[in-house]
Design a protein. Structure first.
Ligand SMILES: [Ca+2]
Ligand SMILES: [Ca+2]
Length: 102
């Protein structure tokens, strides 16, 4: 399992620059995010911190999908969660639009 997460982190690192939705509006640059001391390189420690953060985020996401909290995400729960997220995004867009129009 850990190997899979490490691989995922490596893939994310190599795709740095892809839009990142967890930080409000800022263009996510995962490489810069991982490079905590800003020396232009990612050390094993920095990499591990990032993996931990990704795991935490993944867990949070999982918990938000697992509506009945039984430790499993069913197809139904995943679908409902996706629908809920889309609804929220739509609402946020509408709010932003109203804000701009006022
Ligand atoms: Ca560094
Ligand atoms: Ca469940």
């Amino acid at each position: 399992m850990k190997k899979v997460i490490v691989f995922a982190a490596a893939v994310f690192l190599s795709m740095s620059g892809i839009a990142d939705d967890h930080k409000g509006g800022s263009k996510g640059d995962l490489f810069s995010e991982a490079d905590l001391d800003g020396d232009g390189r990612v050390s094993t420690d920095e990499h591990e911190v990032m993996i931990q953060e990704m795991a935490d985020r993944g867990r949070t996401r999982f918990n938000s999908m697992d509506a009945d909290g039984d430790g499993f995400v069913t197809r139904k729960e995943a679908k409902a969660n996706r629908r809920e997220k889309m609804k929220q995004r739509k609402l946020e867009r509408q709010k932003a639009k109203h804000f701009l129009e006022d």
